[in-house]
Every structure is written in structure tokens, then in C-alpha cells.
Design a protein around this ligand. Structure first.
Ligand code: FAE
Length: 550
């Protein structure tokens, strides 16, 4: 994989004692085989060393290296199109002085956060005490991007959100699909594109027998017991984590990652991020180049056809060290729901892309995310060893509008807490707008709107508390708050399919510009979103390759 002079490797010392580095894990799959239980299905191609050049002219440029961008890169490259991917975050492939590429959730350091000087953990308190700490400002892997009414967590780096997410890979129920993407043929999605996405992502499910005895999933078994005693449907949830590796972690035969508190600041082993799957395959074609620590700031029609793309190359302080101008025949916006929406809203308002339609910026939602904790009885411990990778959920969508992940609290000590992230059927939608005075994009989300989501989540947890004789925890989110109602991990929408674009992501008003990420999905997927983002990208790129000359 290519990386710029300012890639992760340049600023974090390499420690060769650590054994298999991420790069070795990818490129040296054969050599690593003895050290891990099961290797990811794909291996990376040799690096192309150079970042994109100033003045380059390219057939296809992709902004962002998350799910949508990686699908587009792979399919374009397989069709013979040379692809340049531009990513504002770093290439995460080299261990730091602690021998790890990524820090644990309990010990964030500069690698954890995108250009912040203090951590901003979603669970901000522990036994009532604030846990956020000062950290050096750095281009870390998790962005806690703050808008007026909500903090939006997003992955930064080559691999996008796949670097920091829990890997929960959920295909929505077929009966709910019409409410998610009404203009898309559901048969096509469930017959072709969801299966293709699941295969490409390497989705698997926990061994149900092993689950019953694994120490690291005691918290999930407690969650199941409580859900079922209250009459709720409880279900295993698929994940892209290598479940054989998880077993080996529990057995103590491999270096631990999920069992060593790694998840939202990255994962050293076990999780199949896009770097192991779609991106590895894309790079193996030899037609894809990735420029990390490069941020697209403008796209505008070029006088000779195609588009002029302006790119800031940044260092690990976030400062611009060079500005490059590139011409691209086609540009794919895959900067994520927030990144793509912000760019397009700004470019329309400032005259770079004035013909974009008035749907740009609209239809943004938080997937109804809300978190809470329950205090269990002392005879119901959730375990001192907790896998950071959730494996189960409670489905009360039809009756109460909520699907709740049974989440870990991987502190290393017994907390007697059950933690949940609920995805709810909220109809609230916000809009991105250009704030000329402040030279930035605003989002109209209001914190009070989360009350709808809280009410839906309560349809599950009020009942469980009543049945179990338990109460909500008030010591996890500061100020005796029961509900973490100030965030989302699942930003969706802003450039909604069949509104801001045609039914396949072609932006209205401009030939050769596409949106191909979570911005296309209008605010909710009923479950965790990345499988749907991937499947929709697979569907759209099929249509684009069949109909648009490249
Ligand atoms: P995304 O993956 O965000 O990729 C966009 C990329 O574009 C990023 O790498 C950006 O750095 C880059 N970028 C943005 N602006 C620019 C620019 N101007 N120039 C260059 N590059 C740019 O987009 N989802 C699940 O389904 N299951 C889970 O278990 C789950 N857990 C999560 C846990 C956490 C902590 C977080 C933050 C998210 C989680 N998600 C989960 C959400 C999931 O990761 C997210 O929906 C997808 O990553 C979105 O995919 P996109 O392709 O839209």
C-alpha cells in the first residue's frame, strides 16, 4: 500500500520486537500463518510508493477509502480503470513504541483521536468519575466531530470506518428494506448485492456452542438471559471479526486484540477491516493507488472536460504542507455521510458546483443511536474479561422501534453493568447548510430530538428493569445521565439516493460525479449500516460500469 512521507510510519517508531506488524500481517501472510489461527482471505499487493502528483490527470479519482470508496476502487480496477484514492487520514500499518499499531479503549493516546487535545470517550465516566484525558494533537484514527446538537464519530485513515468499528455486519430484514431505500429493487439487493457484500467483507458468525462457555462473552449471555426473561427476541449478530482468531485469543495462543480492549481506536489483530478485504483486493489489481494524509477541498468542472480537484496534503499536526491540483475524468465522493455532504454543500454554495440540486445536504439521520447502561445485581456479574466485539442483539423493532446491541464494557474489572447501543426508528432528519460567515458547514440536528430514540429504547429496558428488579446506571455518561443522547456512530444521508442523485448515485447536474457512500442512505438502516452501504455501492457501481463510458 502506498503511503506519503507523513504516513503513520513516519511519526510512530517501529518496534521490530513486536513480531507481526500490520504490514507483515497483510503482505507476509504466508510467514504469519503459524502465528494466527486463521488468516484473512485476501492479502495486499506490493506498495506503489508515490502519492498523487500535482498536475496529474487521472481517469477516476475516489475521495475517501471507507466502504463505498473501497467497493468503487475494486470494481473500477477490475474493469481496467486506473484509480487514484485520496484519503485525509493516515495509513495505519506500523506499530508504535508499545509494539501496537492502535491503543486500547482504556488508554487513548495521540493515535486515538483526530486532531483533538483531549479524548472524548462515548462512555465518559466510570463509577461517576470523568475519564477523558489530555492527548497530543495528532491525525489519530477516530474523529469525534462536533456539530451544535450532536457528536459524530467517524474513522479516519486508509480503511475509513472499518478501522474503528465493531465489525457488526448486519443485513436488514427483507421486510424492512422498503423503508430503508424505497427506490431500490429489494429482490436485486437480497439475491445479488447483499450476498456479494457479505462475501467481500468476510462476514461470519460466532460458534454458538463456543459462545456458551467463553468467559469473554459472559456479558452477552447475561444480556440474553435478561432479554429472554422479558420476552424479547434475542439474536446472534454476524461480524467481520475472525471468529477462529477470537477463540485463539480466549485460549491464549495468539496476541490479543478484541480481548485486550481494542476496538474504537483500532484493532491490531483479528478484525477484517477493509485493509484486509476490499482494499487488499483492489491493490492486488495493480491499478489502484492510495494517497493518505491528502484531503480534497474542492471539485469543479475543468475547462478541457472532467473536473479539477484540489487536494491539501497535510502533516500529522493537520497543517497543510502542499496543495495539489489534479484533473479527473470521473470523481467518486466516498468521504462518508458527513464528509461527502460537507464537501458538496460547500461546493454548491461557493459556486464550484452550482448546478447540484437542492436536495444536497438534506435527509441526514443518526440511525437512531442512543446508549444506556443497566445496573445488574451482585449475583449477575458480566465478567472481568469482555470481548470488545459484540455478538448479539435484542430485536424489538416491530413492537417498539428499537434494535439493541448488547455491548461490552471492557474495563478489566467487574462492573456489574450491562451496556447497550440501541438503533431506533426515529424519523428525525437534519440538514447540512453552508455558514458563509464562519466558513464552515453546519448541521441542524437538535439534541432534544433524541427523546424519540430514548422512548423507543425504553420499550426494551424499562421492561427488563421491571422484570429483573434492576435500575439504569447513572455513572457512565456524566451528570447522572441515564442516556448517552449526544452522539452517533452511524451517520447516514445528506446526499440521498434518487433525490440528490439519480437512482444509482450519479449527482444531478454533473456528468461524471458520483456519491457512493453512506450519504446516499436516508438516515436509517434499522441495523448497523456498513453491510447496506457496501451492498448499495456494489449495486450502483455495477450500473455505472455498464452504462457510463470510463
Ligand atoms: P467511511 O467509512 O466513514 O469512509 C470515509 C473516508 O473518507 C474516511 O476514511 C475519511 O477519513 C475520508 N474523508 C472524509 N473527508 C475527506 C476528504 N475531504 N478528503 C479525503 N478523504 C476524506 O464512509 N457500522 C456497522 O455496520 N457495524 C458496526 O459494528 C459499527 N461500529 C461502529 C463503531 C464506531 C466507533 C464507529 C465510528 C462507526 C461504527 N459503524 C459501524 C459505522 C460504520 O463504520 C460506518 O457506517 C461506515 O464506515 C461508513 O462508510 P462510508 O463508506 O460511508
Amino acid at each position: 500500500m502506498s503511503h506519503t512521507p507523513q504516513s503513520a510510519s513516519s511519526d510512530i517508531a517501529t518496534d521490530t520486537r513486536s513480531g507481526v506488524s500490520r504490514r507483515g500481517f497483510l503482505a507476509g501472510a504466508g510467514a504469519a500463518a503459524g502465528a494466527v489461527a486463521v488468516l484473512p482471505a485476501f492479502t495486499a499487493a506490493p506498495a506503489r510508493a508515490a502519492a498523487i502528483s500535482n498536475g496529474a490527470s487521472v481517469p477516476a479519482l475516489i475521495i475517501g477509502t471507507g466502504y463505498g470508496g473501497s467497493v468503487a476502487a475494486l470494481r473500477l480496477a477490475q474493469a481496467g480503470v486506473p484509480v487514484e484514492m485520496v484519503e485525509m487520514g493516515m495509513t495505519w500499518d506500523t506499530p508504535g513504541s508499545d509494539g501496537k499499531i492502535f491503543p486500547k479503549v482504556t488508554a487513548p493516546d495521540k493515535r486515538a483521536y483526530w486532531l483533538r487535545t483531549k479524548s472524548k470517550a462515548p462512555v465518559s465516566n466510570f463509577f461517576g468519575f470523568p475519564i477523558d484525558s489530555d492527548i497530543p494533537r495528532y491525525t489519530g484514527v477516530l474523529d469525534a466531530e462536533e456539530f451544535a446538537g450532536i457528536t459524530v464519530y467517524q474513522g479516519r485513515g486508509v480503511g475509513g470506518g472499518s478501522l474503528v468499528n465493531g465489525g457488526m455486519a448486519v443485513t436488514p430484514k427483507r421486510t424492512r428494506f422498503a423503508g430503508i431505500l424505497p427506490s431500490v429493487d429489494a429482490n436485486e439487493m437480497y439475491d445479488t448485492y447483499y450476498p456479494r457484500a457479505n462475501a467481500g467483507l468476510g462476514v461470519g458468525q460466532i460458534d454458538a456452542t463456543w459462545f456458551e462457555s467463553a468467559d469473554c462473552y459472559q456479558y452477552a449471555r447475561v444480556g440474553r438471559k435478561h432479554a429472554q426473561r422479558s420476552g424479547f427476541a434475542w439474536t446472534f449478530v454476524p461480524d467481520v471479526y475472525d471468529w477462529n482468531y477470537m477463540k485463539a485469543e480466549q485460549a491464549g495462543t495468539v496476541p490479543r486484540s478484541a480481548l485486550d480492549g481494542q476496538v474504537m481506536y483500532g484493532n491490531d489483530y483479528g478484525k477484517k477491516s477493509l485493509v484486509q478485504t476490499y482494499l487488499a483486493q483492489a491493490l492486488a489489481t495493480g491499478r489502484v493507488n492510495v494517497s493518505s494524509l491528502h484531503k480534497v477541498t474542492s471539485v469543479t468542472p475543468a475547462s478541457g472536460g472532467g473536473y479539477t480537484v484540489t487536494i491539501d496534503q497535510i502533516n500529522t499536526n493537520g497543517d497543510t504542507v502542499a496543495t495539489k491540483t489534479v484533473t479527473a475524468a470521473k470523481v467518486f465522493f466516498a468521504a462518508g455521510s458527513v464528509g461527502t455532504s460537507k464537501l458538496l454543500v460547500k461546493l454548491k454554495a461557493t459556486g464550484a458546483l452550482p448546478l447540484l440540486n437542492n436536495e444536497v445536504g438534506k435527509g441526514w439521520g443518526d440511525n437512531g443511536n442512543v446508549m444506556c447502561g443497566r445496573a445488574n445485581h451482585m449475583w449477575d456479574p458480566t465478567g472481568t474479561l469482555q470481548s470488545t466485539i459484540p455478538c448479539s442483539g435484542i430485536d424489538n423493532w416491530d413492537a417498539g422501534g428499537a434494535f439493541a446491541e448488547v455491548a461490552p464494557l471492557p474495563t478489566g474489572i467487574e462492573t456489574y453493568a450491562s451496556l447497550y447501543l440501541s438503533i431506533t426508528n426515529t424519523t428525525r432528519r437534519a440538514e447540512f447548510t453552508w455558514n458563509a460567515a464562519a466558513n464552515k458547514v453546519d448541521l441542524s440536528w437538535q439534541t432534544a430530538w433524541k427523546q424519540d430514540s430514548i422512548n423507543m429504547a425504553k420499550s426494551i429496558f424499562d421492561k427488563i428493569n421491571s422484570k429483573e428488579g434492576t435500575i439504569y446506571r447513572t455513572d457512565l455518561f456524566g451528570g447522572y445521565k441515564i442516556w448517552q443522547d449526544g452522539l452517533t456512530y452511524h451517520p447516514l444521508g445528506g446526499v440521498v439516493l434518487n433525490k440528490a442523485t439519480d437512482n444509482y448515485g450519479r449527482l444531478q447536474g454533473y456528468d461524471g460525479l458520483y456519491a457512493i457512500d453512506g450519504s446516499l442512505i436516508p438516515g436509517n438502516t434499522t441495523v448497523n449500516p456498513f453491510v447496506t452501504i457496501t451492498a448499495l455501492a456494489e449495486r450502483n457501481i455495477d450500473n455505472i460500469l455498464a452504462n457510463d463510458p470510463m
